[in-house]
Write a protein that binds this ligand. Structure first.
Ligand code: A2P
Length: 275
C-alpha cells in the first residue's frame, strides 16, 4: 500500500483511493465492499454521483465487519448547480451528511463555476463548516491556479487538496508545481484517462518491461510525481490490481517517456467551461 501523503491541515491522505463517479447506485454497495476488502482506505464520493446513501450503507456494513470507520477517509463534494448561496451550501452539506449517515472527512467544491463568480463565498461557507467542527479537511476540485490564487488571497485559507483531471496525456505539471509551492495535494481524477491511456503504446511498452499492467504503470507514475489519485473500477480484481503497485519503480527514462506523451487531451470538461 503506497504511503499516505501529508496535508497542510496536519492530517494524512491515503495516496490511492477509489472513486464512485459513474458507479450505478445499485452496484455501489458491492464496489465499496470490494474496495475496502482490497485494502483501500479512501472512498471518493459526491452529491452529484447519486450514490451517497448506498455508500453510507456500505460503510456501516463494513464497520460491522470490523473495518474501523476512523481509519477511512470519505469525501463528498458540493455540486452547486442550482444555487451557490450560503444556505444552499449548508443544505447540500447537510443532505450529503444525512445520506451518508456518517461524518464527511473531506468536503470539496466540485467545480469553481467561474462565470458565476461565487466560489470565494462558497469557500467561506466551507471554512465555517470546518470551524464548526462538521468536517475535518477542506478541498476543491477542478480549480485552476487562478481560482486557487483568489481563494488564498481573499480568504487566507488554502485548500488541502485540489482534485483535478490528470493522466499521462494531461499531466498538469504547472498546476502540480503551484500545488507543491502552496502545500496542496494534487489528487487526480480519471487518472487512467477513463481507460483510454491504457492503450497507449508507450504505456504498454513500459508496463511490459516491468511485468505489470498498463494501469499499474500509470498509477506508479502518479505516485512518483508525488500525487494522490482515485482510479475507478467496478471490478474487484481490477481494484486489487490497482492497489498492488509497491513492487516496482519507474526509472527516470520511463518517467521521461511518459512526460513526452502530453497532448493536453481531456476526457472531461475544462474547469472554465462548466457553469
Ligand atoms: P471498469 O470500471 O469496467 O473496471 P479512470 O479512473 O481514469 O476514470 O478510468 C476508469 C476506467 O478504467 C473504467 O472504465 C474502468 O473500467 C477502467 N479500469 C480501471 N482499472 C483498470 C485496470 N486495472 N485494467 C483495465 N481497466 C481498468
Amino acid at each position: 500500500m503506497p504511503a499516505d501523503l501529508p496535508m497542510l491541515d496536519g492530517r494524512a491522505l491515503p495516496a490511492l483511493g477509489f472513486g464512485l463517479y459513474k458507479v450505478p447506485a445499485e452496484q455501489t454497495a458491492e464496489v465499496v465492499a470490494a474496495g475496502l476488502d482490497a485494502g483501500y482506505r479512501l472512498v471518493d464520493g459526491a452529491e452529484f454521483y447519486g450514490n451517497e446513501r448506498e455508500l453510507g450503507e456500505a460503510l456501516r456494513r463494513a464497520e460491522q465487519q470490523g473495518v474501523a470507520r476512523d481509519a477511512l477517509t470519505v469525501t463528498s463534494k458540493f455540486w452547486g448547480e442550482a444555487s451557490q448561496e450560503p444556505a444552499a451550501v449548508r443544505e447540500a452539506f447537510a443532505q450529503s451528511e444525512r445520506a451518508l449517515g456518517t461524518p464527511i472527512d473531506v468536503y470539496m467544491i466540485h467545480w469553481p463555476r467561474p462565470a458565476r463568480d461565487r466560489y470565494v463565498d462558497v469557500w467561506r461557507t466551507l471554512v465555517e463548516l470546518r470551524d464548526e467542527g462538521r468536517v475535518r479537511t477542506l478541498g476543491v476540485s477542478n480549480f485552476t491556479h487562478e481560482h486557487l490564487r483568489r481563494l488564498i488571497e481573499e480568504t487566507g485559507v488554502t485548500p488541502a487538496i485540489n482534485q483535478v483531471e490528470s493522466h499521462p496525456w494531461l499531466p498538469q505539471h504547472e498546476l502540480r508545481a503551484f500545488h507543491r509551492h502552496h502545500g496542496i495535494v494534487t489528487q487526480a481524477w480519471s487518472p487512467l484517462g477513463r481507460s483510454r491511456v491504457l492503450h497507449d503504446p508507450t504505456i504498454q511498452r513500459i508496463a511490459a518491461a516491468h511485468g505489470v499492467s498498463p494501469a499499474q504503470a500509470i498509477i506508479r507514475w502518479h505516485l512518483q510525481l508525488g500525487g494522490a489519485l482515485i482510479p475507478k473500477s467496478t471490478h474487484p480484481h481490477r481494484l486489487r490490481e490497482n492497489l498492488d503497485v509497491d513492487g516496482f519503480r519507474l526509472g527516470d527514462d520511463d518517467m521521461a517517456a511518459i512526460a513526452a506523451l502530453e497532448t493536453g487531451e481531456r476526457t472531461g470538461t475544462h474547469p472554465d467551461d462548466r457553469n
